[in-house]
Design a protein around this ligand. Sequence first.
Ligand SMILES: Nc1ncnc2c1ncn2[C@@H]1O[C@H](COP(=O)(O)OP(=O)(O)OP(=O)(O)O)[C@@H](O)[C@H]1O
Length: 358
Amino acid sequence: MAQITLKNLAHSYSATPTSDADFALKQMDHVWQDGGAYALLGSSGCGKTTLLNIISGLLRPSQGRVLFGDRDVTDAATAERNIAQVFQFPVVYDTMTVRENLAFPLRNRGMDPAYIKARVQAIAQTIGMEATLDRKARGLTADAKQKISLGRGMVREDVNAILFDEPLTVIDPHMKWELRTQLKQLHRDFGHTMIYVTHDQTEALTFADKVVVMYDGRVVQMGTPEELFEAPAHTFVGYFIGSPGMNLLDASVTGNVAQVLGAEVPLGAAYAPIKGRTQIGIRPEYCELSATEGLPITVRRIEDVGRHRIIRGEVGGQAFNVIAPEGSPIAADQTRVRFEPNRINVYADDWRVQGGAV
Ligand SMILES: Nc1ncnc2c1ncn2[C@@H]1O[C@H](COP(=O)(O)OP(=O)(O)OP(=O)(O)O)[C@@H](O)[C@H]1O
């Protein structure tokens, strides 16, 4: 297992990049801790696969270095990096049995047959395939084949890291939940460094200790699910994490007061003068309808989603969402929305500004 360091890393698919826009990955410096479970999350085209391919050695970065522990592996081929990879679609040997498929990476390294037998059995149990161990892979469903791929990715205990590229895409929804939970358990049991690429926030938040959010070729935040929820470092994180995402309103901020749509909104922290486009961000969970306090809101519709209700409306002509507890009455005179001051984040040109004591 190893700590992975990305030093001064950047990548352009163009041989002659001239501007930032030509870089699929903008310059970054990051350390991924040994034994961490990371999810790499972001929308399509933000650079997740590019970054994963650089870590695995499928792609050489146009700038910077990749270190596994103290070893510089920037120029090392994938095979030399001692990693396991699981891709979006199954990679299995059809003519082999499930057992032979799972044992393959261990046999290849000349491991002891008794160890192989026990290890394959343990992995088969984890992926729920003990009963099919002696069946040929040919003829199995896509689900089952992908479970074999996952099992093979996890069978070696001595790898530096396991990289998963959207591995649950072909798995049915119920099984997805089960496999995610098992992956997390495997991480607890064996402590491998795991990097899991996905564009699904539920998948990322349930799997990872640390979620790495990418946007437009940059890592915009690396944090625990709670940090991403409470203090999104970038407006994209606020929008992307949460259902619905964070509300944003243009504002001007002086000290611990924001001016929004001509009204004063108290903030939980004090801010030095801010340059650039200033916005306040507030999660729907921390908003509340009121008859007397806050900004005017026009309610458009109310959605019942089980444990709570989503009130969809508009503030200052912009879409705005409020989450209300299930069963709480909404009166006709509740035409305003108030915010919890301590839960308001302030942004300058999309980046979170740290406030100070009031
Ligand atoms: N081989 C390539 N040649 C040129 N441009 C590429 C190549 N591969 C990716 N890109 C570009 O680099 C950017 C990042 O792509 P990448 O595949 O890393 O994103 P992603 O976040 O993994 O997206 P997805 O979730 O759709 O797989 C995109 O603009 C993409 O068009």
